[in-house]
Design a protein around this ligand. Structure first.
Ligand code: AMP
Length: 545
């Protein structure tokens, strides 16, 4: 017997219609490249988005065509987010931190037909032109002047009316794509469907994750060019939250100014952003009024527990730790405290906040080791596998079997985790970053978290370095806070007090900076390469990635 409920397609236009009818007056604020603020509303943004949709159709964009964006976070990017999928085309966000060769590869692989570029990013795109076979390049400019051979975004939008029906689309239609920022091999395309994006927006808004509502004002520091700014632009539209976009200005002072002035309630970004913000707040406590800020979402790499504690103890700010991947749209788990933990002391609560947490609704997790599925005992390590309504089942253009997907339909994440009896997941490492010393595994993430707990340390990364006796041994690279002196013995003492002796890195080295990936994570492959001979073994088979 079939259920007798409506088979209503879950598609992006549904979110647009809701935002238009219920939340039209909610603000959308963007910081322009010249630092001035542009103020708008959902009503205006979606009106312009409707005109953009019509203009794209007039340019010949057909359902299934890929339309790329190369842009910072701002209202026009949000217009593209709604317009492109709503005509059945595929929003392909290009990562502006990549090398032009990689952008060229990705845009060519995706067969982008139209590219929408920020004028301030023209010098980057210019290095790709001629190599990407896009039919049209549209430039978003504030002064009406665009490079020869390109189309002016504002002229296109002004040339249309906003008579656009925001009709539903079949829910399995592709809505958007994003390439993985993998440090091994070529980036791979993940293709999100209207259904997965809509469900993800709903999931992202739930209380386990963000608890979004129209009372919120959200500032996504996390870029709209990487995994759809964690789905926040759509989730905000669905729940009526105002949005504040920082444009290209991501330094701590600019972000803190915007968080305070716009009375932001929720913000999101990778740990390296928040480490910088914490240092700025520590340097000038009380300078910014962040009393409205109810949560800072942190994900993309492990949030050090000292950072989480520092925000809470010194500034009364609450960090919510999330785990996810490009392949998981990205929200997979969130460290939302269970009722039992609400009565626990603060140290216990902080320990849980530093875990990656429990699976979001409609997502399932499990771990697998060489012995089979791992017990949920909080200590056995295994590779995390995940499945759910917004998890990829295949990469774009992949033909043939792919060992990233299990025969029974789970995605193999490449993350090494433990899971406790309540389902709280802790990332121990990326599989390729684990230190395998004498046959035992050492978590580089745990060591980094401890080092970053030292009050004088700004950033720390731990990598595996080939070793004659132990196969591999950990090596730590540490960046001190400005004006603080590197003291190896003190750092060693800290680690010896927290870990088994054999976990403690043989070398702890000072550095001016740690190389970062395009998503702001530590680029450990570069560190491994730099230090691979440090323990005296010039290993030919040194790991890539
Ligand atoms: P990406 O697809 O570029 O977003 O990268 C996904 C990877 O980032 C995951 O597989 C994890 O290794 C890492 N990651 C994401 N969130 C976290 C987190 N909260 N803690 C530790 N690692 C994370």
């Amino acid at each position: 017997m079939h259920g007798l409920m409506m088979d209503m397609p879950l598609s992006i236009p549904l979110i647009a219609r809701r935002a238009l009818t219920l939340y039209g007056s909610r603000p959308i604020v963007s910081r322009r490249p010249d630092r001035s603020l542009h103020r708008s509303t959902y009503h205006e943004v979606l009106g312009r988005s409707a005109r953009l949709a019509r203009a794209l159709r007039r340019l010949g964009v057909k359902p299934g065509d890929r339309v790329a964006t190369l842009a910072w976070n701002h209202a026009r990017h949000l217009e593209a987010y709604f317009a492109i999928p709503s005509i059945g085309a595929v929003l392909h966000t290009l990562n502006l931190r990549l090398h032009p060769d990689d952008i060229t590869y990705i845009a060519t692989h995706a067969e982008d037909q139209v590219v929408v570029v920020d004028k301030v990013l023209w010098p980057l795109w210019e290095q790709c032109t001629g190599r990407v076979a896009a039919r049209h390049v549209v430039v978003m400019s504030d002064d009406g002047i665009v490079p020869p051979g390109t189309l002016d975004y504002e002229t296109l939008v002004a040339g249309e009316d906003d008579g656009f029906a925001w009709d539903d689309l079949p829910e399995q239609t592709a809505a958007a794509m994003c390439y993985t920022s993998g440090t091994t091999g070529r980036p791979k395309g993940v293709v999100y469907s209207h259904r997965s994006m809509t469900l993800h927006a709903l999931g992202a808004g739930m209380v386990h994750v963000t608890g979004l509502s129209e009372r919120d004002t959200v500032l996504p520091v996390v870029p709209m060019f990487h995994v759809n700014a964690w789905g926040l632009p759509y989730a905000c539209g669905m729940f009526g939250a105002a949005q504040v976009f920082p444009g290209p200005h991501l330094d701590p002072a600019s972000l803190l100014g915007l968080l305070a002035d716009e009375r932001v309630t929720l913000t999101a970004g990778v740990p390296t952003i928040w480490l910088g913000i914490l240092q700025a707040l520590d340097a000038e406590p009380g300078r910014y009024d962040l009393s409205r800020l109810r949560a800072m979402l942190v994900g993309g790499s492990a949030a050090p527990s000292a950072m989480i504690r520092g925000f809470r103890q010194r500034h009364g700010l609450h960090v919510l730790h999330l785990w996810g991947m490009t392949e998981t749209s990205p929200i997979g788990t969130a460290a939302f405290l269970s009722p039992a933990l609400l009565d626990a002391d603060e140290a216990t609560q902080d320990a849980y906040r530093a875990k990656q947490g429990r699976a979001a609704p409609l997502v399932e997790i499990r771990g697998r080791s060489a012995q089979g599925l791992i017990p949920w005992d909080g200590t056995t390590m295994g590779e995390l596998e995940v499945r759910g309504a917004w998890v990829a089942r295949q990469y774009y253009g992949a033909d043939g079997p792919d060992d990233r997907f299990t025969p029974d339909g789970w995605f193999r994440t490449g993350d090494i985790v433990t899971i406790d009896h309540e389902g709280n997941m802790t990332i121990q490492d990326r599989a390729k970053d684990l230190v395998k010393s004498g046959g035992e595994w050492i978590s580089s993430v745990a060591l980094e978290g401890a080092l970053m707990g030292h009050p004088d340390v700004a950033e720390a990364a731990v990598v595996a370095v080939p070793h004659a006796k132990w196969d591999e041994r950990p090596l730590a690279v540490v960046v001190m806070k400005p004006g603080r002196t590197f003291d190896e013995a003190a750092l060693r003492g800290l680690l010896e007090g927290m870990f088994a002796k054999w976990w403690v890195p043989d070398a702890i080295l000072p550095a001016d900076a740690i190389p970062k990936t395009s998503a702001g994570k530590f680029l450990k492959s570069a560190l491994r390469e730099q230090h691979r001979a440090h323990y005296g073994v010039a290993d030919e088979s040194a790991r890539g990635g």
